[in-house]
Design a protein around this ligand. Structure first.
Ligand code: G3P
Length: 216
């Protein structure tokens, strides 16, 4: 199980770099919205310089050939560490096959169902990103899709990692952490769930009071 940070915010990346709990950073076009093409590449390059782990970079082209070309440019942002995110669909699956020829790991993304997860596994994608919060907002059960998708990959002996994305809140995060063998990507807004608890704050205050000889 690995944790990723889903952000393009350099401040958040700096703040979390020393925590030692993230295996890398995931990005998507929505996070980069409003930037020029060169601005996007500059920002992604800056993220690559400030991090050491995997960097998930998403293509925005529509055809497999164009996705392949764009992925080869994105690879240069973080050579040896780039995982190319490709939206699920016929073009995405074809692009996945092409990128495998280049030795590039692919994360098929924006998955909403167990069969899509299974197809990503059959395509030998490195990862399959399930949009948990969006599934639940659409009336489904995002955690169940993750649990059943991971079980399907495991049962079929497919090596694709299931990446739980679009995690809406701390309660959903806690439920996902009980699913064996998955990876998770978290928005910085969920960091407090990993670091803080009122009980911890109170215990620390007690420790400090004790070490300074005060009683509470
Ligand atoms: O990484 C995908 C994720 O950012 C989508 O999240 O919150 O837009 O559903 P959200």
């Amino acid at each position: 199980m690995a944790l990723f940070l889903d952000t393009i915010d350099l401040g958040e990346i700096e703040r979390t770099a020393e925590l030692g709990i993230f295996a890398g950073v995931t990005t998507n076009p929505k996070l980069l919205a409003g930037m020029s093409t060169s601005g996007r590449l500059d920002r992604l390059g800056e993220i690559a310089r400030r991090t050491a782990g995997s960097l998930y970079l998403q293509v925005t082209q529509r055809t497999a050939a164009d996705m392949e070309r764009q992925a080869l440019t994105l690879r240069e942002v973080a050579p040896g560490r780039a995982v190319i995110k490709v939206p699920m669909g016929a073009a995405g699956l074809e692009a996945t096959a092409r990128l495998r020829e280049h030795g590039l790991p692919v994360c098929l993304t924006a998955l909403f169902s167990v069969p899509q997860v299974f197809a990503a596994g059959c395509a030998r994608a490195h990862a399959a990103a399930v949009y948990v919060g969006r599934i639940t907002r659409a009336g489904g059960d995002g955690v169940a899709v993750v649990r059943e998708g991971a079980a399907a990959l495991d049962a079929a002996g497919l090596g694709t990692r299931l990446l739980a994305a679009s995690i809406p809140d701390a309660e959903t995060l806690a439920r996902l952490l009980a699913v064996p063998g998955i990876d998770l990507t978290l928005s910085p807004a969920l960091l407090p769930a990993l670091l803080d608890h009122p009980g911890t704050t109170e215990a620390i205050a007690e420790f400090e009071a004790a070490s300074s000889g005060r009683r509470r």
